[in-house]
Ligand binder design. Structure first.
Ligand code: HEC
Ligand code: HEC
Length: 250
């Protein structure tokens, strides 16, 4: 859809800005080093401090969109790849570089709690939540565990609520898959009088008693809606598909 195209081209632009800034900074540092080694003039005052570099990068971090699931459910890897990588991928601004056991050992020695405390609140040139305030605390903790473990740590990522615990099935992933496999045959177009996905007017009257009530009706079947829409998998998977559809239609 056009919305997602726009956001992905916005991400392209953000990416290009990040690349240009990183390029400029590296270039500046290089020149300063060259001049320094030749003339013994201290150019320390003109090279950017780590704090200045981080401050420049910060607004870029803030507009970043984190992919990989609804807020709160993103894995450490997804958060790292969307946010933390912009500094920790290369060791920018003095950050401990991803996968560099030597850089991470003294950090890991501080203990998991201190590390995620610093990552959430900020620490010197490390901006709070890496500059992405939309991250939940657990998502930051997962990213810390993911990075720490890649650097030789043995941290446990806080589980995703309901997911890893074995209970609920994630509507955004499994629910979407079931919806595409079964429900879209009718609900994508409104065939046979089905309430169309994304059509608030179709859904509002059905949701007046809450999503659970509508899902219970769909489970039993109603007129041209066969029980579970003809889906042969588990009730929990049907529910996830319905939640996915309802989530798109409110
Ligand atoms: C704008 C650059 C930047 C981004 C983005 C960034 N960091 Fe950092 N991070 C740093 C810097 C610089 C340090 C080193 C700070 C110091 O030791 O003075 C650091 C240090 C850390 C530390 C070690 C803290 C300690 O107590 O030693 C952790 C943990 C950390 N970052 C986690 C994260 C996580 C998780 C993310 C993504 C959500 C992230 N960082 C994103 C720059 C960044
Ligand atoms: C063969 C076509 C068809 C398929 C496939 C189908 N549905 Fe439906 N669905 C309908 C129709 C038609 C209605 C409206 C029934 C009515 O109100 O008469 C409906 C209604 C619903 C409702 C609203 C019930 C209410 O409270 O009014 C839910 C929830 C629902 N479907 C979920 C699903 C899910 C989830 C799937 C896939 C697993 C699915 N449907 C697959 C045709 C279908």
């Amino acid at each position: 859809m056009s919305g997602s195209n726009a956001s992905s081209s916005a991400k392209d632009v953000v990416f290009q800005i990040v690349v240009s800034i990183v390029g400029l900074v590296l270039f500046g540092v290089l020149i300063a080093k060259l001049v320094n080694s030749g003339t013994h003039v201290d150019l320390g005052a003109t090279t950017m401090s780590n704090e200045a570099v981080a401050a420049r990068l910060k607004p870029v971090g803030v507009v970043k969109v984190v992919d990989g699931g609804p807020p709160g459910s993103r894995s450490g890897k997804a958060v790292f790849e969307a946010v933390c990588i912009s500094c920790h991928g290369t060791g920018l601004a003095g950050s401990p570089k991803f996968g560099d056991a030597g850089a991470w050992a003294p950090r890991i020695a501080k203990g998991f709690e201190t590390l995620w405390g610093h990552a959430i609140k900020g620490f010197n040139a490390m901006p709070a939540k890496g500059g992405s305030p939309d991250l939940t605390d657990d998502e930051v903790k997962r990213a810390v565990a993911y990075m720490g473990n890649a650097g030789g740590g043995k941290f446990t990522e806080p589980p995703v609520q309901g997911g890893a615990a074995g209970g609920a099935i994630d509507p955004a992933t499994k629910g979407k898959e079931v919806w595409e496999g079964t429900c879209q045959a009718c609900h994508a177009t409104g065939a046979a009088g089905a309430p169309k996905i994304g059509n608030k007017a179709d859904w509002a009257p059905r949701l007046k008693d809450g999503a659970d009530a509508a899902i219970a009706i769909g489970m039993k079947g109603l007129n041209a809606m066969p029980p579970k829409g003809g889906y042969t998998g588990s009730d929990a998977e049907f529910k996830a598909a319905a939640l996915y559809m309802i989530g798109q239609s409110k």
